[in-house]
Design a protein around this ligand. Structure first.
Ligand SMILES: [Zn+2]
Ligand SMILES: [Zn+2]
Ligand SMILES: [Zn+2]
Length: 98
């Protein structure tokens, strides 16, 4: 499964978020695509990013491709490869999850 976004690197980091920890891709409930961030999504799609249900595999790790539930994502690192996620992303919770 691929990650969508603007100028992505191999781990799904985009032009907006490109720290080492910015590897979580979020799923839009409407187009069912995993995007590096909502800004990338809104620039490339003709609809606004639609929040996914917390138990509908809303997050994908850009390092190993592991899909996870919100609960797992909230632990702060990938359950499969252990790569840390950006704690600052929680500020955008309401955009990504419902
Ligand atoms: Zn969408
Ligand atoms: Zn982006
Ligand atoms: Zn991973």
């Amino acid at each position: 499964m691929r990650i969508y976004g603007l100028d992505l690197d191999q781990a799904g980091r985009c032009i907006h978020y490109h720290l080492s920890v910015d590897v979580a891709a979020m799923k839009c409930a409407r187009c069912q695509r995993y995007y590096a961030c909502y800004q990338c999504h809104d620039a490339l799609e003709n609809h606004r990013f639609a929040a996914s249900n917390k138990d509908d595999w809303p997050v994908m790790c850009g390092i190993c491709g592991c899909l996870m539930q919100f609960e797992q994502y909230q632990q702060g690192s990938c359950p499969r490869c252990g790569h840390d996620f950006n704690p600052g992303c929680h500020r955008h919770c309401r955009i990504y999850f419902k």
